[in-house]
Design a binder for this molecule. Structure first.
Ligand SMILES: Nc1nc2c(ncn2[C@@H]2O[C@H](COP(=O)(O)OP(=O)(O)OP(=O)(O)O)[C@@H](O)[C@H]2O)c(=O)[nH]1
Length: 269
């Protein structure tokens, strides 16, 4: 099944419970004509394999990334590999009756250093952290190491933004895998409270609504804490270019590929 509309190259229209989303790759220039004034910039961070990309894909397309993978395997026997580059998306959302331009960045994984306190974190992630207004910190409830990464990760964000409130939410993903649970809901809630954020358990695999409300909650929190407008201005005039998305053409090609394979397989089955 194709997403609503017939996407022009480089754009996709999707719909969600709260209205129509326009999904476009973030260009290297501002979209002054077609985006609302209010902008919220969100980055998704976490350890390897926790489901960062799956959560974003679920939010944007209402689908589970594994469905795309399975579908492509079926058709070409060559699953798409999501590379570890930074990918960016813009969509319009309506919050409390007002249109907001939501920009989301997916990032490569971070990892704990051997001392379990420091982080291995690529420079491009630092640029994304600097760029963003709000932070989705993700771990998997089936992987206690990914949970242990969160506190150092938050400290890392704090070092980049030493002053002021940091809108953050903590997501314990893969809540469908209850039998493999290694992190309790209490541990999630306690950690989120210590970071000054809210804890959500989510399943990118099974639940769109949970993922959807998680992202929207963070949007609202960003607007509440920072107000609308432009993040760079809020940070005392410091300007840092938005991280580039060098592989956006490739990502668009993969999106089109998996979406068209979805159309074909659903019509042939
Ligand atoms: N059961 C289950 N599997 C999930 C869920 N979310 C993601 N996965 C699977 O977990 C694996 C990792 O998902 P990704 O979205 O690539 O994780 P990531 O955090 O972006 O991974 P990195 O590229 O290592 O940073 C994939 O096989 C997904 O299909 C979930 O909610 N439930």
């Amino acid at each position: 099944m194709r997403l609503t509309g017939d996407p022009a190259p480089g754009t996709m229209n999707s719909s969600s419970g709260s209205g129509n989303f326009l999904l476009v790759p973030i260009p290297e220039y501002p979209l002054l004509d077609c985006l609302p004034n209010k902008t919220v910039k969100i980055v998704v961070l976490g350890a390897s394999n926790v489901g960062k990309t799956a959560l974003i894909v679920r939010f944007l397309t209402k689908r589970f990334i594994g469905d795309y993978e399975a579908n492509t395997v079926l058709r070409s026997r060559k699953p798409p590999t999501i590379d570890s580059s930074i990918h960016s998306f813009i969509l319009k959302v309506t919050l409390d009756g007002e249109e907001v331009s939501l920009q989301i960045q997916d990032t490569p994984c971070v990892a704990l250093q051997d001392d379990a306190e420091g982080l291995y974190c690529q420079e491009q992630i630092n640029r994304s952290i600097y760029w963003a207004d709000g932070y989705v910190l993700v771990f998997s409830i089936t992987d206690h190491n990914s949970y242990r990464t969160i506190q150092p990760l938050y400290q890392h964000v704090r070092r980049i933004h030493p002053s002021g409130n940091i809108p953050v939410i903590l997501v314990g993903n893969k809540s469908d895998l209850l039998r493999a649970r290694q992190v309790s809901a209490d541990e999630g809630e306690t950690l989120a409270a210590s970071l000054g954020g809210v804890y959500f358990e989510a399943s990118a695999r099974e639940n769109h609504e949970g993922v959807h409300s998680t992202f929207l909650h963070l949007c609202q929190e960003v607007i509440r804490v920072l107000g609308g407008g432009n993040g760079e201005k809020r940070r005392g005039g410091l300007h840092l270019a938005r991280p580039k998305s060098p592989n956006m053409q490739e990502l668009k090609r993969r999106f089109r590929q998996v979406l068209s394979s979805k159309v074909k397989s659903s019509t042939t089955l």
